[in-house]
Design a protein around this ligand. Sequence first.
Ligand code: DGJ
Length: 732
Amino acid sequence: MDIIWHSKSKQFHLYNDKISYIMGVTPLGDLGSIYFGSLIHDKEDMSYVVNRFMLSNVVVDPDTESYSMELNRQEYPCFGTTDFGTQAYEVEISNGSRVSSFVYRDHKIFKGKSALKGLPATYADEDEAMTLEVCLDDEVARMSLTLSYTIFDKYPVIARHAVFTNNGPSEAKLTKALSACIDLPDQDYEWMQFSGAWARERIPEIKKLTSGSVSIESKRGISSANQNPFVIVKRPGTDDFIGEAIGMSFVYSGNFVAQAECDTFGRLRLLMGINPDRFCWPLKQGESFETPEVVIAHTDEGLNNLSQTYHDLYNNNLIRGKWKNTPRPILINNWEATFMDFDEKSILKIAEKARDAGVELFVLDDGWFGARNDDTAGLGDWVENPDKLPQGMAGLSRKVNALGMKFGFWIEPEMVNPDSNLYRRHPEWALATPGRKSSLGRHQLVLDFSREEVVDYIYGMLKKVIENAEISYIKWDMNRSLTEVYNANLPAIEQGTIYHRYIMGVYSLYEKLRKDFPEILFESCSSGGNRYDAGMLYYAPQAWCSDNTDAIDRIRIQYGTSFGYPISSIGAHVSAVPNQQTGRSVSISTRADVAYFGTFGYELDLNKISNEEFEEVKKQISFMKEHRELIQFGTFYRLRSPFEKDEASWIVVSKDKKKAIVGFYSMKSKVNQIPGFVKLAGLKEDYKYVIRDEEYYGDELMNMGLTLGKYYINSFIARQEYVSFVEVLEAK
Ligand code: DGJ
């Protein structure tokens, strides 16, 4: 890994063993893109890529007379001069002009990576990464811009963000400030996005790119289940095993946009950042705005390889603290078992049975506080309900601990019910626009987390509950989109800052609680997977993947999630049947076979299952205890897509390739068919792997495949639906 500055040609080359990222100062003084892709040799001067010819209808710079941005690829394109593509940023200065021109001043290259202020971001030690900061000035606007690029030693990854500073006496307005742009020289790519809605999150969709734009966005104040802030562009032949692809992952949890724009000269522009819609950030003299980070990854070995890059990078250089690379506790959550209808006695009954099965952590979900007996009341009143918990959280947590289990609980700190003491005392703390009705989502309003006093108040209340009890885990929920966004304390000119300030408020509360209680494992949640993004992983190493706990639907959801996020982050539980969301009944072994490939837990009352099933649950828990480290932190490969056939398969392989665990799922009943094979991946060709006393060579399993007949033909004969198997492979 190195970052080379060629002072004569004014070009930068960032490279490691796998990738090269090359750019240079253009004849206009701004930054132009030269190359991003697999590693290539360094050269002193690659300015031959600069196009300096005239084409009809092209406008050129008056000083150079032959240089047009339109004919050249940009690093961070501006508005108003000779580039007519989508700009990465836009600044309005005091005279109303939005034309910009930032020109190279100097740069800094250093080992490691600096933190972003108040924002989540990847981090790195000095031997893990190098950073380049290029400083540019716009003399007319009296502003400076720093473009930051970090290259990681071990990963084919560049992390980017930008910082704008107003140096002049007049106030300027930043009306758009994306985090990164990549201009690529051709358009022979397909666009892949991960879309859905509540209970059907992160379903992969592929589109062919043609001239014009494809974009996805969120304007909900959360990253959302509808569009995930992670996209891929891939060559048409690229699949999980072969081919070139580029990923862009936004380390941010609020409004975003991701866009691919094909111009009519055959080039592709990729953009990602805070959604400029509803964004406007005024900058007074001396003030700066720092964009969140985009993590750009490259592969020429297929999408599994791209996903593995994100998995490893996020496990090693995004997730922090005690739970970094630590196998996750097997938990039981009472939500689907009791909803809000519980008391200490009924909770302890569930906990005792779970303890007997070997569960390690009990999670008390919604309903323990204020007048919270249904979802119409109580949010905001973070004080235990004495009718349900006579000795408070302190009493219950001690009793659960005495059973030999850890204890955690649910919060939804960003919300308030109009029927709550908090709202009666502070109606002005909810987001509301003067003169307008406030829309309700699940009978609740959103607290204005852009206001420090609101965040501080909620922090105080939560801190008290946590301090008084023995708490090992917190599930942080968020159950509605933001509407009527307005902050009565801010002047008109600052109303465009609120969405971003809101999420900064969320991050600040997370950070305060993490600092006070570094041992606590946080799990993020937003009506299931409405805020499943890399930003959240910086604070909460795992995320409740979806409220849809149906094992068959979960195969698709977890499969889609695995493209951008590590298996260690995927909150996955075995729940009761018939499933609450789909009405489908799936055997307890198939339910566990799916949930193993995540953090693993239960979301049902184990007192209510048969003795046989309970015995099976005990075995499932000891299986997961034995194998969770490999499953959550090994190398994960998607083998068979649930979107192509009615079968799915995946495998996770240890870093030394000596052990692997394969999961296979049949998603439909099948009659009179020959089972075939599933080709495994990631094994060592000449290792002999033992599966249930039978030996197979690695190359045999990867090229011929694992015969499905041996493992699931019996299920055909038994005429069962939704059969699955999970097999352990161990090298001799
Ligand atoms: C939505 C979450 O996704 C569920 O798991 C549960 O915690 C409920 N909220 C509680 O209200």
